[in-house]
Design a protein around this ligand. Structure first.
Ligand code: CP
Ligand code: NVA
Length: 306
């Protein structure tokens, strides 16, 4: 694995190794066992979009691994004033040992990887959010003790988070059912990739517009905001269209009785999910947030560690 831009950058073996390492690193942190594979290494962190979890977890994670995190807001670096990705990739490769980037166009991240000479980690694009998916699957594993054979459902917008979850569930051998409104489905090539992986792992991928069909019998129920970063102008229209996809107590009751509720956060209570679900004992949202730290430390260790 040279980069982590998509969950599928990991082979099946590497994917399993990442989950295992995530567990190990969580254990080490809890028991104050030092582990510094990034000693003397610097992670450049480029952000052209806002972030709470991604920024803090990468920054803290890099320090915990013995490295130095360098926050680079696009408002401050020349990339934000039109310097090319080509020049940015080549220049940063002379200074830092790896780059985490959060931005709009997925192609920019692929270009950074092509032109630079260091590992690139995708901290979210309009198309994918692979670090989130790794933390999420690890969270399911912690709560259910396994992944293979379980069912996740995702109700809402077929977006970046959904795409990476489709990849990750297929790789983990988990069934995944996605319900979106008509016109807001996942990208067809991502669904095809997930189905291709699923053939090998035995998982089942279901794409529908019916939230009850998707949620029925699930072990984990996932949703995300209806209005992703960059879609603010569509907010009013989206709120109307997505209303039937709100996860409330009634819809949630179609999942298994011991189902967990998941959300990458930030969440908008009263829109994609009601308070009585997201703030209920079934909700594991803060475990997911914490697990970003452990999962990303595993990713950095594999890509940048000694
Ligand atoms: N889930 C997630 O990526 O959160 P942030 O936008 O706060 O980084
Ligand atoms: N789909 C959301 C995820 C935020 C972490 C967005 O792209 O804004």
């Amino acid at each position: 694995m040279k980069h982590f831009i998509s969950v599928t950058d990991a082979t099946q073996d590497e994917f399993q190794q990442l989950l295992k390492l995530t567990e190990e690193l969580k254990y080490k942190r809890k028991n104050k066992i030092p582990f510094k594979p990034m000693d003397g290494k610097t992670l450049g962190m480029i952000f052209t979009k806002s972030s709470t979890r991604t920024r803090v977890s990468f920054e803290v994670g890099t320090v915990e691994l013995g490295g130095y995190p360098l926050f680079l807001s696009s408002a401050d670096i020349q990339l934000g004033r039109g310097e090319t990705i080509y020049d940015t990739a080549n220049v940063l490769s002379r200074f830092v040992d790896g780059i985490m980037i959060r931005t709009y166009a997925h192609q920019d991240v692929l270009d950074l990887a092509e032109y630079g000479q260091i590992p690139i980690i995708n901290g979210l694009t309009d198309y994918m959010h692979p670090c989130q998916a790794m933390a999420d699957l690890f969270t399911v594993y912690e709560h259910k003790g396994k992944l293979e054979g379980l069912k996740m459902s995702y109700i809402g917008d077929g977006n970046n988070v959904t795409h990476s979850l489709l990849h990750a569930c297929a790789m983990a051998g988990m069934d995944m059912a996605v319900a979106t409104p008509v016109g807001y489905e996942c990208a067809s090539e991502i669904v095809d990739e997930a189905k291709e992986i699923a053939k090998k792992t035995g998982s089942k991928i279901t794409i529908t517009n019916d939230p009850i069909e998707a949620i029925s019998g699930s072990d984990a129920v996932y949703t995300d905001t209806w209005v992703s970063m960059g879609q603010e102008a569509e907010k009013a229209e989206r709120i109307k269209i997505f209303k039937p996809y709100q996860i409330d107590k009634d819809l949630f009751s179609h999942a298994k009785e011991d189902a967990i509720f998941m959300h990458c956060l930030p969440a908008y209570r009263g829109l994609e999910v009601t308070e009585d679900v997201i703030d209920s004992p079934s909700s594991v949202i803060f475990d997911e947030a914490e697990n970003r730290l452990h999962a990303q430390k595993a990713i950095m260790t594999m890509l940048m560690g000694d």
